[in-house]
Ligand binder design. Structure first.
Ligand SMILES: [Zn+2]
Length: 455
């Protein structure tokens, strides 16, 4: 067993909305199970809990915040080197940067090298669970899974399906792509902390036969994930309407092929109507809100008010390399900005909302876990959940120290972290399996003498 003393933030794992819990002087007790995975045994106030676990070795982190490891609900590991590549919107960006980069993943050595950097970077930023695209090359999945397993990272990934409207080097062949997908499911899904996601790139890149095959695999393997993109950009939506004139909407294409169900996660979802939202809510499929990517590519502003009113499950995602940062803090602050906007991006009005810091944090942890069907497994730090967590330094930069010191409530303090923190605030990351604690050099300040003066 291990025990950590710090300020603690955790969440009700099964709620459909944020129910944060907080202890200014808290104790987190973890223990490894027979499967080698460390789980939370107890979490609560230090004063009352320490008596129940008097002999458990204690790691003192008073003055720092322990919170659930972040969950990135949509990212592309092969686009690590595409980050920061400007273009005239989504479709030109794919053609100019993304496809040429992804074609290089035919080389296993290249895939391994990028996978290594990607996994290290996720952990360095405090991300302990990620749902990520690979490329169309099966070896790109093998490379990533091996690196994720070595680090104890909870990684869900899949080979991209794209048998049309794709250039040489990334386009796959229909029958072979489906055989490869099934072989990868058998090889990786459920091994250690790894999971497989059936990954049609997006409706324009997949033939009917490939979509049908993907849907059949999704039925045959119901606990495998599905990931794709939907309704990101007005030009893309128009293209889908031309390609699928008989489908009611972009989302309806996926629905027709059996790709809308629990454990299906669609990135973006900016241009959805009330019927789409109903279909998402009823199927249990989720939207990965990707605000830095939407801002970078000029795609539009996600409409939180109607998605929430429609009961759509959602969580936050970086969408690197369209996204601008691996940092969950960058994603949370962009989500706040996108939420405030009063238009969608196609000229239609939406209601601007001020997302609370608890809501933003929840969307990147327990809410994202719910979207993945992993509520109570990761993202909450409630007893029984896997012990993935971050240790954050609220005084990591001079401005962060100055601003958090003046916060008069927990909400104000967390909001300041969201607006001002980056990887420098992530001083340690602990994953539930494998090597355990990773200590980073970030966080210049000394550990404080006591917890932040917050209730
Ligand atoms: Zn994406």
């Amino acid at each position: 067993m291990q025990a950590w003393r710090a300020s603690l933030l955790w969440f009700d794992p099964h709620a459909d909305e944020p129910h944060p819990r907080y202890e200014a002087d808290g104790l987190l007790v973890t223990a490894a199970g027979a499967d080698g995975v460390r789980r939370v045994v107890a979490v609560g106030a230090f004063d009352t809990l320490r008596a129940a676990y008097p002999d458990v070795p204690l790691t003192e982190r008073r003055g720092r915040l322990i919170a659930p490891g972040f969950i990135d609900l949509h990212i592309h590991y092969p686009q690590t080197d595409v980050i920061g590549s400007p273009a005239e919107g989504l479709l030109p960006w794919l053609a100019q940067y993304t496809f040429p980069h992804e074609s290089r993943f035919a080389d296993p050595a290249h895939a391994r090298a990028v996978a290594r950097f990607f996994c290290d970077e996720l952990l360095r930023q405090g991300v302990t669970t990620a749902l990520t695209f690979a490329t169309s090359h099966p070896g790109s999945v093998d490379a990533l899974m091996a690196e994720a397993e070595a680090r104890g990272l909870r990684c869900i990934a899949g080979k991209v399906l794209q048998d049309r409207h794709s250039p040489d080097g990334v386009r796959d062949r229909t029958e072979q792509s489906l055989r490869d997908t099934e072989a990868l499911i058998i090889r990786w899904h459920g091994r250690a902390r790894l999971g497989y996601a059936i990954t049609p790139r997006f409706a324009p890149s997949c033939s009917d036969a490939q979509m049908r095959g993907a849907g059949e695999l999704a039925t045959r393997y119901p606990d495998v994930w599905i990931q794709s993109h939907v309704a990101e950009n007005v030009d893309e939506v128009r293209w889908v309407r031309e390609l699928y004139p008989h489908d009611r909407s972009y989302l309806a294409v996926y629905e027709r092929f059996g790709l809308l169900r629990e454990r299906a996660v669609y990135a973006h979802g900016i241009y959805l109507d009330a019927d789409d939202q109903r279909a998402l809510a009823q199927s249990g499929a989720a939207i990965a809100v990707s605000p830095t990517s939407n801002l970078f590519l000029g795609s539009g502003f996600f409409d939180y008010a109607t998605a929430r009113a429609g009961g759509v499950r959602l969580g936050l995602a970086s969408d690197v390399g369209g996204g601008m940062s691996f940092s969950p803090f960058a994603t949370m602050r962009a989500a706040y900005t996108v939420g405030r906007a009063a238009v969608r991006g196609d000229g239609r009005p939406k209601t601007g909302v001020s997302l609370s810091p608890f809501d933003l944090w929840w969307q990147h942890t327990a809410g994202a876990a719910r979207a993945l069907g992993l509520g109570g497994v990761v993202g909450s730090l409630a007893p029984g959940s896997e012990a993935d967590f971050v240790v954050l330094d609220p005084a990591a930069t001079p401005l962060l120290a100055r601003r958090t010191a003046q916060a008069e409530s927990l909400a104000e303090w967390l909001f300041a972290l969201i607006m001002l923190a980056d990887d420098r605030a992530v001083t340690e990351v602990v994953v539930a399996q494998g090597a355990g604690t990773q200590i980073f050099t970030g966080g210049a300040s000394a550990v404080h003498a006591g917890p932040p003066p917050l209730r």
